[in-house]
Design a protein around this ligand. Sequence first.
Ligand SMILES: NC(=O)c1ccc[n+]([C@@H]2O[C@H](COP(=O)([O-])OP(=O)(O)OC[C@H]3O[C@@H](n4cnc5c(N)ncnc54)[C@H](O)[C@@H]3O)[C@@H](O)[C@H]2O)c1
Length: 263
Amino acid sequence: MSASESKIAGRNIVVTGGASGIGLGLCRRFIDMGAAKVIVADLNENAAQQAASDLGDSASAVTCDVGDEASVEALVASAIERCGHIDMFVANAGVGAGAGLDASNELWELSWRVNVMGPVYAARHAIPHMAERGGGAFVITASSAGLTTGPTSFNYATSKHAAVGVAEWLAINHGPTVTVSAICPTLVDTPMAPEFGTVLKQPLTVDEVVDSAVEGIEAGQFLITPEPVAVDMLRAKAQDYDGFLANMQQRVAAMQAATERPG
Ligand SMILES: NC(=O)c1ccc[n+]([C@@H]2O[C@H](COP(=O)([O-])OP(=O)(O)OC[C@H]3O[C@@H](n4cnc5c(N)ncnc54)[C@H](O)[C@@H]3O)[C@@H](O)[C@H]2O)c1
């Protein structure tokens, strides 16, 4: 895949967590943009099949648990068997459930298994295949919580920092042969959003995230942030870490006050 060629039109693309929210939005847009084949991979078998049937002949469903290496290996093999090869793998599946200091070990383990090892297993099995063919694209849906933490749950924010670390390591060690991108949205209006509790901002729409994602992927950009504020905050953190933390503490206090306010 040369830099001037589309990474989407005419390509074979696997999207994990493709049956809902951002993943489903990406699958739909990839097909609208002329992708050859889109594999809708999801833990939820019925939802994946429904999504693939709604998306039409270019889509097909594979049931997969991204936190289980054998399942991810089988997904990559099945995608190669169905499509001939994979041009792009989008490690999008994630879990949002979380808590603070009281987050259970089970929640920590789930966040780690799905949000971190999911992309690691995908990279381990898809990147050598793409590199052998001379190139491809590998995309991780991380989160702005992986850049600047924010007032979100302890286990979620920590796992998303690790997901950004996975993407950065892959970009440094396997780019530019394989183009690596990390999508880092703030809150998005999907079935996962309520898991993040009270928020003081209007969520992004899936379409806004998808617009930004396809533009960034086509440009071979690493950091894809649908809202410039995420980059502003990252810059503020790099320039003055203590000032950034003080600002975040104020935001958390404002959120707590909003939650406790009657009515
Ligand atoms: N919604 C947000 O506010 C937001 C913000 C930033 C980043 N993200 C990230 O975007 C990605 C997509 O989230 P979404 O908001 O579209 O959520 P969603 O709940 O709408 O979709 C997640 C999909 O992932 C699937 N899934 C969950 N665990 C899986 C597993 N082990 N194996 C395979 N599939 C699995 C689910 O069945 C579901 O279809 C996640 O990585 C999430 O962390 C979401």
